[in-house]
Design a binder for this molecule. Structure first.
Ligand SMILES: Nc1ncnc2c1ncn2[C@@H]1O[C@H](COP(=O)(O)OP(=O)(O)OP(=O)(O)O)[C@@H](O)[C@H]1O
Length: 331
């Protein structure tokens, strides 16, 4: 999919400082997200998905350190290099307005001791003051609560008074108050039952269809969820992107050996995957403070060749819409 570019990551490296070593959580990631897309980012726990979501909005807090690369966001007619902007400026003009994040736990995203209305009001003071006044924000919040299928009066309640699914939708409503172009959702459905998962996915899809948000990046372990909502799938392994593909293509025919293993190992109702049987990926992901030389997957890869232990495979186009980082495809 091509069209208007919303955000572009160019060879981005962001590491956690740990003693005198670095944990290379995002290590040379290049990715474009276009208007109208829902990009699903999948990978095992610890592959760098959450770190990547923070890097996308340049929410870099110690021990995370931005090492190298460029994060460019389309804002109005301009492209802003977010990695060059001070945190204060990001807070004032980017976060909430141009990019917004729905973090892993909805309960943690809200203040348990504050009524949601007061939480929103504090957000207004901290971030949005110059965009709208507090009253307008509260009115907008009520409207957005209605948009996501919860009662506008819920803003006068404490988070614990809402069910898990309602809380998650409340967080989505708050994250989209100012119609950000890019919404990043980090495992927004993982703590929910199936019925609530469906409601959250439907809510996100409606927000995109109504162009309240232009693009969504959706981080998850769950391939079935990606298939329901995403147009493209990005597979991460050990801090790197190993495959990018339209969702249906990768479900039918995963190219990278890790994508193959990941798709085969998931317990999923997806019929195409199920008929191939349930497999697993042998071994464990590497320590990112000391990743293997060459391809990071070579220690677990059934197709390993000598070159894989020596050189790092670049992410290369193998088809109009598909990219893979594997020497099986780009020798
Ligand atoms: N604050 C931190 N300090 C040091 N290392 C960290 C920190 N946070 C994460 N890491 C490490 O960075 C790597 C990537 O972690 P990250 O949370 O981004 O992965 P993930 O794919 O989102 O995992 P999960 O699905 O479990 O959330 C892991 O090796 C993790 O241990």
């Amino acid at each position: 999919m091509k069209g208007t570019l919303i955000i572009s990551l160019d060879n981005v490296k962001a590491y956690y400082a740990r003693g005198d070593a670095y944990v290379k959580a995002v290590d040379g990631v290049t990715l474009n997200v276009y208007k109208g897309e829902v990009v699903g980012i999948v990978g095992e726990s610890g592959s760098g998905k959450s770190t990547l979501s923070n890097v996308m909005i340049m929410n870099i807090k110690k021990p995370l350190t931005f090492i190298d690369g460029k994060v460019t966001l389309n804002v109005g007619a301009d492209f802003l290099e977010l990695n060059k902007m001070p945190r204060q400026e990001l807070q004032k003009i980017i976060w909430g307005r141009e990019t917004s994040i729905v973090p892993q736990s909805a309960m943690n995203a809200l203040m348990p001791t504050k009524k949601i209305r007061d939480f929103i009001s504090d957000l207004v003071k901290d971030h949005f003051e110059r965009a709208l006044n507090e009253e307008e924000i509260i009115e907008r919040a009520k409207q957005r609560f209605t948009d996501v299928g919860i009662s506008p009066n819920d803003i006068y309640r404490y988070p614990f008074e809402l069910s898990g699914g309602m809380r998650q939708r409340a967080v989505i409503a708050i994250a989209t108050l100012l119609n950000p172009r890019l919404l990043i959702c980090d495992e927004p459905t993982s703590a929910l039952d199936v019925a609530n998962q469906k409601l959250v996915l439907k809510t996100l899809e409606q927000l995109r269809r109504r162009e309240i948000v232009e693009s969504i990046v959706f981080i998850t372990h769950d391939i079935a969820t990606v298939r329901q909502i995403a147009t493209r799938m990005v597979v991460m392994y050990a801090g790197k992107i190993v495959e990018v593909s339209p969702v249906e293509d990768i479900i039918k025919e995963p190219l990278h050996p890790y994508s193959k293993g990941l798709l085969l190992s998931v317990v999923t109702p997806e019929p195409e995957i199920k008929k191939r049987g349930i497999s697993y990926i042998p071994g464990t992901p590497p320590d990112l403070a000391n990743p293997p030389v060459g391809c990071r997957f070579h220690t677990r890869c059934p197709y390993k060749m000598p070159i894989c232990e020596e050189q790092e495979p670049p992410l290369k186009k193998v088809d109009t819409n598909r990219e893979v980082a594997c020497f099986l495809f780009n020798k």
